[in-house]
Design a protein around this ligand. Structure first.
Ligand SMILES: [Zn+2]
Length: 212
């Protein structure tokens, strides 16, 4: 399938293992690759019940949706040379039964997402390019590179703080930095009605266990 053009390509698809446990998130291209190669099926959730579709039947369902004008405003559509298909929100891998990676990666992107791009000192929101990472207790004072010691800070606050602890600089964090229980990027996506169907898989007790 060659995709002609579509803004829907930016959408994300939740991937479950064979046992319906969320394992990761992929982009639309990768999702259709899995479907077309029969490595995954679509899990469609409607009125609280799941239906499983292979690629062929998902195409047919998409066509029906289109013909009967049952599209939801939150649907994304991919246009190919000779057909249009609705972007599934959840896929299930047919042959993969490993468990999800539980560790949320400690990186810049995830810290900015956890802090919602708010400078943790002045509380103002900035573009990612205007934010930096700040070690709350500076590394030269034994501060570690951990979720609990890293926050995002605007350039102004970072300069003002310098190599000091917040206490020494007379600055206060707007909240205590913690290790997030699940990927902050996922938390942001869950706020989007497009991805409402992900909730039933991510709210399982499994995901609320404390991550080490
Ligand atoms: Zn600031």
């Amino acid at each position: 399938m060659s995709i002609v053009d579509s803004s829907a390509l930016n959408a994300s698809v939740l991937v479950l293992n064979r046992h319906y446990m969320a394992v990761h998130v992929v982009n639309v291209r990768r999702a259709f690759g899995l479907l077309i190669n029969c490595l995954a099926e679509v899990i469609h959730i409607e009125d609280g019940s799941y239906t499983n579709y292979d690629f062929q039947s998902w195409r047919e369902i998409s066509e029906l949706k289109k013909n009967f004008k049952e599209q939801s405003p939150h649907d994304d559509w991919i246009r190919s040379v000779n057909f249009e298909v609705c972007v599934p929100r959840v896929l299930r891998l047919l042959y993969y039964d490993r468990l999800p990676k539980q560790k949320v990666r400690l990186n810049r992107r995830n810290i900015f997402a956890r802090d919602a791009n708010l400078c943790q000192y002045c509380g103002k929101r900035f573009a990612t390019s205007e934010l930096s990472l700040d070690h709350v207790v500076p590394t030269c004072r034994g501060g570690e590179t951990t979720w609990e010691n890293l926050v995002c800070a605007c350039v102004r606050c970072n300069v003002r703080k310098g190599g000091r602890t917040p206490q020494e600089a007379g600055m206060k964090l707007i909240k205590k930095p913690i290790r997030p229980k699940r990927s902050p990027m996922l938390t942001i996506k869950l706020g989007n009605p497009k991805y409402a169907s992900w909730k039933s898989f991510l709210d399982q007790a499994y995901w609320s266990v404390d991550l080490k």
